[in-house]
Design a protein around this ligand. Structure first.
Ligand code: PLP
Length: 366
């Protein structure tokens, strides 16, 4: 077996071997041991966001988009109007999902390098009584930008509306405290800052909101109310659970706890970003975002406007040395991205920068 590459991507990402080893045994989905493991998983997910008091953890088979779609389809009532705050691709994706579901949608848009402005949200909500729900992306993985979650949540709460948060690329590292930040639902997945393997999305949903959502969802497999009722009934998943992925995620959550929780993980990621950004600057690569809005999750770099540069060539040369980076996804600037998350630390980034240095040198010569 060849050695795994280092994935400097927003997920799937580099996982610890202990997490992968948790997948080496089989579990019957109706075994008492697996039912207990599912209960442990749901408890641990709530604890990451201090959500034990008022929320329910509902895991769902699938990637992150599945849980975003399931949450919107289940929680947004047919007569509701959903305002979506967009400053990147994942805000656009929520809009596409809501429109596909036939929901009433309003959008507010900011440039990809600017955070959602809570004061503008305040004005929009004041001007439109029809809006019942608001959705926002916490960390916009398109650019790596951090939106001001607490301030947005406070505005939405003050207007008596409900907030849904796509926290896919922030959950487990950036602080989310549902004991203090009002949100009816937070959605995330197994394979980003929790450092598990792909296969599970989950939502932490306010108890009252999930109780009142019966009958909203017109998809059977994405109905989070029914998924929750399944867990309530007998502790089991409604349909075949990804048993090994569950085992890996529980191990990953234990590792998060041992590391010191999200705050300690954030410190590690921040150091990754600092080392990466400083080293890349020396090699002539500039960050796309202002440091004020840059989250230590994924860094977007401007593509050099020089004849020697070609993303594919750089990507292949780095991959040959065991480092996988990520193409850009911005609509208006040529860029590429390097993830700071996963089971990687500043030593890995120092090694990466050495390789990057020699790749750039070679490309400049050719
Ligand atoms: C990764 C991600 C998703 C989900 O993407 P999948 O490819 O379906 O896992 C959704 N929103 C954000 C902000 C993400 O970073």
């Amino acid at each position: 077996m060849t050695r795994s590459p280092l994935l400097l991507t927003p997920g799937p990402l580099t996982t610890h071997h202990e997490t992968r080893e948790a997948m080496l045994r089989d579990w019957g989905s109706r075994d008492a041991a697996f039912i207990a493991m599912t209960a442990d998983l749901r408890r641990r997910l709530l604890a990451v966001a201090r959500a034990e008091a008022g929320h329910i953890a509902i895991p769902l088979q699938g990637s992150g988009t599945f849980i975003v779609e399931a949450a919107i389809a289940t929680l947004i009532a047919p007569a509701a109007t959903l305002l979506i705050l967009i400053n990147g691709h994942y805000g656009e994706r929520m809009t596409a999902i809501a429109r596909r579901l036939g929901l009433r949608v309003e959008v507010a848009q900011w440039p990809e390098d600017q955070a959602v402005d809570p004061q503008q949200v305040d004005a929009l909500l004041a001007a439109n009584d029809a809006i019942t729900d608001v959705a926002v992306v916490h960390c916009e993985t398109t650019s790596g930008l951090l939106n001001p979650l607490e301030a947005i949540a406070a505005v939405v709460k003050r207007h008596g509306r409900r907030l849904l948060v796509d926290a896919m690329s922030s959950f487990g590292a950036l602080p989310i405290d549902l004991g203090r930040t009002p949100a009816v639902a937070v959605m995330a997945s197994s394979n980003k800052c929790l450092e598990g393997v792909p296969g599970i999305g989950f939502a932490l949903v306010e108890r009252g909101a999930i109780e009142r959502s019966k009958g909203n969802c017109r998809s059977m497999s994405l109905d989070l109310h029914d998924q929750w009722q399944g867990f309530e009934r007998n502790g089991q998943w409604r349909f075949t659970p990804p048993v090994q992925v569950v085992a890996a995620l529980v191990t990953a959550l234990q590792r998060l706890e041992r590391e010191g929780g999200p705050a300690a993980r954030l410190t590690r990621y921040r150091r990754n970003l600092d080392v990466l950004a400083a080293g890349m600057r020396k090699l002539g690569f500039a960050l796309f975002l202002d440091p004020i809005v840059q989250a230590p999750i994924i860094a977007t770099f401007h593509a050099p406007r020089e004849p020697w540069y070609e993303f594919e060539t750089m990507f292949e040369a780095l991959a040959a040395e065991g480092f996988v980076i990520y193409p850009g996804k911005l609509t208006r600037a040529d860029s590429f991205r390097i993830g700071c998350i996963g089971d990687v630390d500043h030593h890995d980034f120092e090694r990466f920068l050495e390789v990057m240095g020699s790749v750039v040198k070679r490309m400049r010569k050719n």
